[in-house]
Design a protein around this ligand. Structure first.
Ligand SMILES: *[C@@H]1O[C@H](CO)[C@@H](O)[C@H](O)[C@H]1NC(C)=O
Ligand SMILES: *[C@@H]1O[C@H](CO)[C@@H](O)[C@H](O)[C@H]1NC(C)=O
Ligand SMILES: *[C@@H]1O[C@H](CO)[C@@H](O)[C@H](O)[C@H]1NC(C)=O
Ligand SMILES: *[C@@H]1O[C@H](CO)[C@@H](O)[C@H](O)[C@H]1NC(C)=O
Ligand SMILES: *[C@@H]1O[C@H](CO)[C@@H](O)[C@H](O)[C@H]1NC(C)=O
Ligand SMILES: *[C@@H]1O[C@H](CO)[C@@H](O)[C@H](O)[C@H]1NC(C)=O
Length: 490
């Protein structure tokens, strides 16, 4: 465990009578000599007490423990501000329901007007009506003035003075958050320092228009409480300088830039400036936990034969079993049959025939289109893409996650082949209808989060209509490739 120890925001400084905190002792060299000797005597006395106290050898000192437990960031430390409107809220509130848990999530939905037929269900966040923004200029031709209102949500949520907040997280009403992964991701950073965390657009052109260093609002972004409080103070004066910008996120980015703060890029946030079929994105997720997905209304349902909400529920059900592993890509090579199995855990498995090299399997199959319809051909994405055959007989067989079970020993996930009619191209895998995957819950501590490594897997030898894949940690110098199992040179 490498938890940071720090003072809770708002807690009182230690009084002279209270036991000396470790960090004060550490910095004792900076104090005048007399104070230093007092400290020395004091710490001697404490040590003496610990030696004499019969419990001291049995139980670790208590103050340390409580400091450790208070420093773990949990769901409770995050306050969400959801940008919505009276028009979109009734339609999109089902997306919020997917990730919002009334008892553990702290969230507010900001609307332009009160709902005429408001039914305050406990299953959805409370609605807040944003303040008037008519005094702010807005000059972007064809844009929406509501960008100012949405930018000011940052100020409005901070000024609610909610207690015990470490992070403010902003998203749209069509953003779906993967809570455990968001908490884990934010835990990597010190909430007492100034952090602006998120991700830019998948489309190069969108980043050119805005900024490569801007967190796109739909993908969601996080601001540490300390930065949030300062940003709230300066926001209104700063907004007056940016009437020419299109969106709310560009305004927040600009004001943070004026404060001298840059973006900390976390690839798990997804703006999803894409249309069509997201398969290629979901089958080759980066090696970071999935934090958010956006624009789910404008893409096809994530799983075949399901509607949008059903498909999302299906993905979230898998994410609830093993949050850190959801969409994590693992590749196993079956040397005897010259096959490569690319697993995107909780989503899909593709079976490639022949000598596919790992880096090729990690690039995204272009099953989607860019956000701007006019830009179909010339769009560049922010990642490597490769072609995806339109003819389903020419694309590798795909198995979609059907169900997941777990017990004390581990987790079984089951993937069923998508029936695409009569194709003869992949006869080696022709009889294969189902793939079972065994794994154990992926628990990454914050050090492993900072230096992640892809896992390895084995194809269990005998298979006919169904087969088994076993996901596990790689050996220290194990390579993910068709040919080498053990390094040739060592
Ligand atoms: C939420 O809290 C309420 C009251 O404390 C309790 O009755 C309810 O069962 C809880 N719901 C869940 C899903 O934990
Ligand atoms: C509220 O009214 C709008 C139209 O005025 C309607 O579309 C929506 O379904 C209503 N919502 C509820 C919860 O009754
Ligand atoms: C939050 O605190 C500030 C400063 O103490 C105060 O001006 C403001 O009214 C408070 N807001 C609420 C909603 O209590
Ligand atoms: C999606 O399917 C579920 C289950 O069949 C159904 O309850 C829900 O109304 C459907 N949603 C839409 C938007 O069609
Ligand atoms: C697979 O198809 C090829 C021709 O496309 C054929 O030569 C080969 O024998 C087939 N293999 C099996 C196992 O059916
Ligand atoms: C698949 O293999 C298992 C055990 O190897 C065997 O029991 C089963 O009958 C086989 N199924 C088919 C369809 O060949």
């Amino acid at each position: 465990m490498h938890q940071r120890r720090k003072k809770e925001p708002g807690s009182l400084p230690p009084s002279p009578e209270s036991p000396m905190p470790a960090n004060l002792l550490r910095s004792a060299t900076r104090f005048p000599p007399r104070f230093k000797s007092i400290l020395l005597i004091f710490s001697l006395l404490v040590n003496l007490y610990l030696l004499v106290n019969p419990w001291s050898t049995v139980e670790p000192p208590l103050p340390k423990i409580s400091r450790l437990t208070t420093s773990i960031t949990t769901h409770h430390h995050i306050v969400f501000a959801i940008a919505s409107s009276s028009l979109s809220w009734p339609r999109r509130e089902p997306y919020v329901r997917l990730w919002y848990s009334p008892n553990t999530t702290r969230a507010f939905a900001f609307l332009d007007r009160p709902l005429s037929n408001a039914s305050s269900s406990p299953d959805i966040p409370p609605v807040v009506v944003s303040a008037d923004t008519s005094k702010f200029p807005y000059t972007f031709k064809g844009g929406l003035r509501s960008a100012i209102r949405v930018a000011r949500i940052v100020k409005e949520v901070v000024e609610r003075n909610e207690s015990d907040v470490r992070w403010f997280v902003f998203g749209d009403d069509d953003t779906v958050f993967f809570m455990d992964n968001l908490v884990k991701t934010l835990s990597k950073y010190d909430h007492d320092k100034w952090f602006y965390i998120g991700s830019n657009s998948e489309c190069y052109e969108q980043n050119v228009k805005n900024s490569f260093d801007m967190a796109f609002g739909g993908g969601g972004f996080a601001i540490s409480h300390s930065l949030g409080r300062v940003l709230a103070r300066i926001l209104d004066s700063c907004l007056m300088r940016y009437p020419h910008l299109y969106g709310s996120d560009a305004r927040i980015y600009s004001c943070l830039a004026e404060l001298g703060v840059g973006l900390t890029h976390e690839p798990g946030f997804h703006q999803v400036d894409m249309r069509g079929n997201l398969f290629g994105l979901l089958a080759a997720h980066p090696l970071s936990p999935l934090v958010s997905l956006h624009h789910l209304e404008t893409v096809e349902p994530l799983f075949p034969h399901m509607n949008r909400t059903q498909a999302l529920e299906h993905l979230l059900a898998a994410a609830n079993v093993d949050p850190a592993r959801i969409l994590q890509q693992t590749v196993c090579y079956d040397r005897s049959n010259s096959l490569a199995f690319s697993v995107s855990w909780g989503f899909s498995i593709q079976v490639f025939q022949g000598k596919e090299l790992l880096p090729d399997l990690l690039s995204l199959q272009r099953t989607f289109m860019p956000w701007r319809r006019s830009n179909k051909v010339n769009t560049h994405f922010m990642f490597n893409v490769r072609g995806y055959p339109r003819d389903p007989c020419k694309s590798p067989p795909v198995f979609f996650m059907e169900s997941i079970t777990s017990d004390k020993r581990g987790i079984w996930s089951y993937y069923t082949r998508l029936d695409v009619g009569n194709c003869f191209a992949f006869n080696a895998t022709e009889p294969l209808k189902q793939i079972r995957v065994f794994s154990t819950r992926l628990e990454l501590d914050s050090e492993q989060m900072k230096a992640p490594r892809r896992q390895c897997c084995n194809v269990l030898p005998s298979w006919n209509d169904s087969m088994t894949i076993h996901i596990r940690q790689c050996g220290i110098d194990e390579l993910i490739s068709m040919h080498s199992k053990t390094p040739l040179f060592s």
